[in-house]
Design a protein around this ligand. Structure first.
Ligand code: C2E
Ligand code: MG
Ligand code: MG
Ligand code: MG
Length: 297
């Protein structure tokens, strides 16, 4: 009976291994196919940019729109960036794709009313690739977009490696006249040390800090956001809060002096053609009063 059990376990083991192999094979195959598809996506016209507006917290006016990449896969349908950006990074495909994003975004922004800026997300791989600064310079020249209308968004993870090279690149980008934003601020390992080493024009407060401001926020979550806004202010940076979904968040952030607001409540990502005359869905109640009201004592 003991032998029987042993055989059974062995058999089961073998089956499990076979199944496991099969699954890995499937996954590798589907990954390889996705990579092939991604390599062709740009030329097949399957990539598209939507733009999510960013609003001035005091006037309610749209001041910027952030380019967000979408992939319309012929079989899988619409794919969100988080489902394929890392694959694009691992394979290096992010470099040509990112170059396309930059060019498309700058050329779209040329169709918007004058002061409106465009923000473009850069991946770590792009930041560390040799030709980035030249690429940005070339795209600005080709599209005619004034450099001050372009903002590049970097996440902390892009800054981790090879600090010296990154610092040089950021200085070179600043010299071109573009501005730099630190995206998803507060989620990295050493957010504060990056502020010491690199100069940014804007902090984007991560959604995870904005989320708890809905409903009945704890004193701690308010204090944290107040501190981040103060930090930005002290270092001469502007501040955007991302991921606003509730009116209370808007009011609180306005009260804390956060200068710019972005989130589904105010506007969802939209086609480039709609950015020029978009209105905030539920803009800063009181934003207009504040402008005309006498200063508070
Ligand atoms: P991100 O740069 O932090 O962009 C904000 C993301 O949050 C977008 O998701 C946006 O649709 C979403 N979002 C905005 N407001 C709200 C809100 O009120 N609630 C919630 N739940 N979400 C909100 P998306 O488009 O899926 O992009 C995800 C990330 O993918 C981006 O995060 C960015 O890191 C990356 N990404 C997008 N486009 C590009 C690109 O062209 N190049 C690179 N390298 N990365 C990109
Ligand atoms: Mg971003
Ligand atoms: Mg962000
Ligand atoms: Mg984010």
């Amino acid at each position: 009976a003991a032998d029987m059990a042993l055989y059974a376990a062995k058999d089961q083991g073998r089956d499990t291994i076979r199944l496991y192999d099969h699954e890995i094979g499937q996954r590798a195959y589907s990954r390889a196919r996705l990579i092939r598809d991604l390599a062709e996506a740009r030329e097949s016209g399957q990539l598209r940019l939507d733009y999510q507006p960013v609003f001035d917290a005091r006037t309610g006016e749209v001041q910027c729109a952030e380019a967000l990449l979408r992939w319309h896969h012929p079989q899988r349908g619409l794919m969100a960036p988080l489902s394929f950006i890392s694959l694009a990074e691992e394979t290096g495909l992010i470099v040509p794709i990112g170059a396309w994003v930059l060019r498309q975004a700058c050329s779209d922004a040329m169709g918007w009313p004058q002061p409106l800026k465009v923000a473009v997300n850069l991946s770590a791989v792009q930041l560390h690739s040799r030709g980035l600064v030249d690429e940005v310079r070339r795209v600005l020249a080709d599209t005619g977009l004034p450099p001050h209308r372009l903002e590049l968004e970097l996440t902390e993870s892009a800054l981790v490696h090879d600090g010296e090279a990154v610092a040089d690149t950021l200085v070179a980008l600043h010299r071109l006249g573009v501005s730099l934003a630190l995206d998803d601020f507060g989620t990295g390992f050493s957010s504060l040390s990056y502020l010491q080493r690199f100069r940014f024009d804007r902090l984007k407060i991560d959604r995870s800090f904005v989320q708890p401001l809905a409903g009945t926020p704890s004193a701690a979550s308010i204090a944290l956001v107040r501190a981040i806004v103060g930090l930005a202010d002290a270092l001469g940076m502007r501040c955007t809060a991302e991921g606003i979904e509730h009116a209370e968040q808007t009011r609180l952030l306005q009260g804390l002096g956060c200068g710019a607001l972005q989130g589904f409540l105010l506007a969802r990502p939209m086609p480039a053609s709609q950015v020029g005359d978009c209105r905030a869905g539920e803009m800063p109640p009181g934003a207009d009063e504040r402008q005309t009201a006498p200063p508070r004592p």
